[in-house]
Design a protein around this ligand. Sequence first.
Ligand SMILES: Cc1cc2nc3c(=O)[nH]c(=O)nc-3n(C[C@H](O)[C@H](O)[C@H](O)COP(=O)(O)O)c2cc1C
Length: 258
Amino acid sequence: MPAKVAYSGREVTVMNDIIELLEEHRSVRAYEDRDVSDEMLDAIVRAAWRAPSSYNAQEVSVVVVRDPERRRRIAEIAGGQPWIAQAPVFFAVVIDYHKTAVGVGMAEGEQRIHRELEGVIMGAVDAGIALEALMVAARGLGLAIVPIGGIRRDPQAMIDLLELPPLTFPVVGLCVGHAAVVNPLKPRMALPSFRHEEVYRAERIPAAIEAYDREIVAHWRRVGRPGGEAWSRNMAAYLGAGEPRPVGEALRRQGFLA
Ligand SMILES: Cc1cc2nc3c(=O)[nH]c(=O)nc-3n(C[C@H](O)[C@H](O)[C@H](O)COP(=O)(O)O)c2cc1C
């Protein structure tokens, strides 16, 4: 791959750097007691602000939380995740059909998309794209990150804390700061279980999972978590039946799917 690429009439930095950065992704859960500069923070936010969105709806907003007391509260809401209180910056990525409803109203229309599952999927996809832009920009500046879906353990508490208006929903968060401890890369399931050529190859999956179960248990042992479970057992616990998840109810209270 070329070291420099022409883009929009300019020569820009190597694409390889971006790919390397992505291949080096890891979540960091230990942060130094050191702030992120305003300049870095602005650059990270602008990167996500430029992200594409479905129909150019721009139905995503980001709430930047730096206040230690508010971060401490978010750490609690997310089920006790101390790295949220530790990292100096927390981004709450919000599906935002409030903004679009104002625009639709100005055009004398009636917004309906937030009532449909399609609206939730569209918002979640675009929020995910913004999340990735935040992560890539932060890491490009030498910072560390961990995404936080744990805020959806109690979406209503997040809505109250961030004073989110109706038709908005805090879908995911992100901690950003200077890494205190950088973990080894977490292995992934074999690439052929992810990459399918032309058609999906379901027959590959069981063997890939068996191999991955062994690999992840070995990884837990290497990183000092000897009791770490196989992936399939973790998924049975996380994705199976358990406590009912409060997301549907909170979405409806915010005016979604109603
Ligand atoms: C949308 C999303 C939500 C996540 N939520 C949390 C979370 O609440 N707490 C946490 O510690 N990690 C969270 N993670 C991080 C995952 O656990 C992590 O990405 C996964 O275990 C793979 O490890 P790695 O990121 O180090 O490669 C989340 C990741 C994503 C993409």
